[in-house]
Ligand binder design. Sequence first.
Ligand code: SF4
Ligand code: SF4
Length: 578
Amino acid sequence: MDKRQFLTGNQAIARCAWEAGVKVACAYPGTPSTEIVEEIDKLEDISSEWSVNEKVAYEVAYGAALSGSRAVVCMKQVGLNVAADPFFTSIYTGVNAGLVLVCADEPGVFSSQNEQDNRNYGPFARIPILEPADSEECRLFMKEAFEISERFDTPVMIRLTTRVCHTHTITGLNIREEVKKHEYKKDARKRSMIPIYALKRHEIVEERIRELKKFNEEFACNKIFQGTRKDLCIISSGMASQHVLEVAEDISILKLAMSYPMPDDLIGDFCSEYEKVLVVEENDDFIYNNILRIINKEKVIKKPDHMRVDELNPDRVRRILDENIDNTSSDNTKQDDLSLPPRPPQMCPGCPHRAAFYLLRKYKYTITGDIGCYGLGVLPPFEAMDTIICMGASVSMAHGFDKGNKDAVGVIGDSTFFHTGINSLINSYYNNGRSAVVILDNSITAMTGGQVNPSSEKTKTRSVSIENVVRSIGIEDVRVIDAYDYNKLDKEIKALKDREDLRVLIVRQPCVLIRKDRPSKPLFIDKEECIRCGICLKVGCPAISVDQEKRPFIIGSFCFGCGVCKSVCPKGAIKDGE
Ligand code: SF4
Ligand code: SF4
């Protein structure tokens, strides 16, 4: 090792994918894992791609590993639900060259729709799980993951959490390992999972997990930090173990690197020296429930139930210690104030989704929403969305509402349309649906920071036309409209009520964050003409503020010149800038 650098966990994963000789990297963008493939894309020697969804990403990486090249696939926690089908069966077939799944959970739900703990996929799918706690461990565990993957012929999961993904810590750098391409040999009994072969492979999976358990007993990355107290020890993993190390004094800590399959003997031997065992982990009681097989329940303390919700931090861990055991933390009185002033999320000035939500709300539609920036349409002042569940659900749920005799409009973005909305739309058409679908096409995957998708302008990849895809399904009523043409948009959104068949309205303007130009100069409000009705405030633009006399004004440096506020002003008081 010749260099050290401050890297985030995501950067370290990317770096080590390169060092480990990875040839193929795939992902669908999703906070907090997005930057991994963005970073890999900057490195040479790896073919990286944004796949259209996590299932496809998993299958591409899996195919690459079967062909004999090391591969990595990255996704956020809910992405694994989408990829679960190939994921489960790939564990039966094995991999040939190493395959590592990097999956980022989000304790605290900063940018997700749930707080699921993907360690539960370990025993469910029988996949080994490594849990790094900082960037250096991200790098080291990636290297280990490829070795385990090839030695045991299995995909390996690296479970990250938001703080590990986004925190900079010192990381060593190495050179790229030249890994020989593994030979591909046809073997249908191993890789074609018809029932008779699948049963045989299941036996191998069970045997493999027993072998992995033995391996984990001796795994050098599991660490014991020795304390002097004999009344208590702690078992922890991942980011939770960092908080424990920060606040617990004189307590012995077993930090598990591989949290599934668990090293029963290591845990049993470690705990035998102490009166009580406290398990500190984020979200589910995953380790706790597993070690009850090994250790008498009376001896084990789990965190309070309410701590299963939200992420841990040093203060919460200190409280776990204080609430459960007296005088264990380094400073019982200290309370870190980690809260920041609240800053409600808002659509950007000039966001092309603004007028559509203003109008959807105006005409009081029931709206089944989807995952993306446009989820902000659920918040004031729009409060337009009725549901936000998962990628693609907007279209199929609108169809479900229609079948249930309640009219609804499905609202979806371009990236999400290609993710899974496309399947839902085929289903709606095929099953004689007559719902309305609004596709907000801003030509980018905006919520995760602007990754390209098939609707994006041609760059290294090809572009796919949404309207051509929709028409090719057989849908005849397809309309494309400029998101900034307020009057036409008003007419089209109002007319959604009168449709007699399935209608798709594509509302298009690029995301303001990728535009190089502005539609016009910043607008201004003529104070003489303004009657202070407040209607312009209902478009929720951060560029519009109010003065002490409750008179609205436009912050010129914020205004993008989209003209939506001007269109809604009943008095014509909002004027074009000069
Ligand atoms: S024109 Fe109006 S709505 Fe558009 S960015 Fe400027 S202030 Fe905001
Ligand atoms: S909508 Fe027009 S009249 Fe009403 S407060 Fe805004 S600028 Fe003034």
